[in-house]
Ligand binder design. Structure first.
Ligand SMILES: Cc1ncc(COP(=O)(O)O)c(C=O)c1O
Length: 357
């Protein structure tokens, strides 16, 4: 008999996969977590959440509480919301259920996990390169999208940090009401606009959100999506696992959402720092090209590839982890994505960079 399992394994072995950041004892500016949030604040919430739990029981009431807080925070009725074990899990479920024999249009560079997940499920994917200023090549994108059933737009985009022209996206969405449009708003709390109101009115948009970034809960694995009532209902009842998120995480999530005023304060601090770092990077010299960002990270290009390597070596020496994006087709040099941390962290990063530039 055909050793189908073995051949499937060797086929899977060849796939690209999402590389989690390296473990680092130094300064972690590589994963876009909210480092401006006080560690103690989260710790207290986590201890309280754990103490209140009886882990012998499956999560039930905790789910309802989380939906209630999410609904209050988003000002969206629960019937439009669905939760997941991080938005990664929601992406995975959407692709595994809706992606079969379909084609996706997105752009590149974008959130690599989404692309890798499409490849895992043998979903064809057409990645239209962003233009040099990180905007969408409208014509090419529309041509490709016409041939696809699914469109993925990361807004703001990871790793480039920018949001696209809203009117352009609204036009695009209007023209493609026969496609499934996934808009990933993992960083929306730092951005200028959301697609929330358009989503609720539509039958074909799924908006992805997470508590991993602005809310500082990357370790709790809490994501959610906003979509039309039918999708949300089917997702909750049929697609999602019965008990996808553990009791403690759900409680932590509810408590954080009750404290959203404090989170908003840290977002303001990050945005202020973002402007300061952007300005400092712009001032350095013409060896660096820094891009506009609407996220809690900055994306920049080092025009000379040797200098790029030199910078990476220096950052490593100083124990600072950043996301190395490397070369991008048709663009010079190498690219780096760096998370905005506290003032102290950001200064450490700038000092390290300045040793080379
Ligand atoms: C654009 C984007 N979407 C989704 C995620 C995944 O978020 P979560 O931690 O909720 O799985 C990330 C995490 O880096 C991201 O950058």
């Amino acid at each position: 008999m055909d050793k189908w399992f073995e051949s499937k394994l060797s086929e899977l072995e060849k796939l690209d996969y999402y590389k989690t950041p390296e473990k680092s004892k130094g300064l972690k500016l590589d994963a876009n977590e909210n480092l401006a949030l006080k560690k103690d604040f989260i710790k207290k919430i986590a201890i309280k959440a754990a103490e209140r739990q009886d882990l012998r029981e499956y999560p039930l009431q905790q789910v309802d509480d989380f939906y209630l807080q999410l609904s209050k925070y988003t000002k969206i009725d629960k019937k439009y919301l669905a939760i997941g074990n991080g938005s990664d899990q929601i992406i995975d479920l959407i692709l595994s259920v809706f992606g079969k024999e379909k084609r996706v249009t997105t752009f590149t560079p974008t959130f690599s996990y989404f692309i890798d997940r499409c490849l895992l499920y043998s979903i064809k994917i057409d990645k239209i390169p962003l233009l040099q200023d990180n905007s969408i090549d409208q014509e090419k994108f529309i041509q490709s999208a016409k041939k696809s059933e699914i469109i993925y737009i990361c807004s703001p985009n990871n790793p480039t940090g920018n949001q696209f022209d809203k009117e352009l996206l609204i036009d695009l969405i209007k023209n493609f009401d026969d496609k499934l449009i996934i808009i990933d708003e993992a960083y929306v709390e730092f951005a200028s606009y959301s697609f929330c109101s358009e989503t609720i009115k539509s039958q074909n948009i799924i908006l992805l959100r997470t508590l991993s970034k602005a809310f500082g809960l990357a370790g709790a694995r809490l994501g959610y999506c906003i979509a039309n009532e039918d999708f949300s209902h089917i997702f909750k009842t049929i697609i999602q696992y019965p008990y996808a998120i553990n009791n403690i995480s759900l409680n932590i999530g509810s408590e954080i959402l009750r404290n959203s005023n404090y989170i908003e304060k840290t977002i303001k601090v990050i945005k202020k720092e973002r402007k300061r770092i952007l300005d400092s990077l712009k001032e350095i010299n013409n060896e660096i090209k820094v891009f506009q960002t609407e996220s809690n990270f900055i994306f920049f290009q080092i025009l000379d590839i040797n200098k790029y390597e030199h910078i990476l070596t220096q950052l490593k020496k100083d124990n600072i982890a950043v996301k190395t994006i490397g070369r991008i087709k048709d663009r010079k040099g190498g690219h780096i994505r760096v998370t905005i941390g506290t003032k102290m962290m950001n200064n450490k990063f700038l000092r390290s960079l300045n040793k080379v530039i």
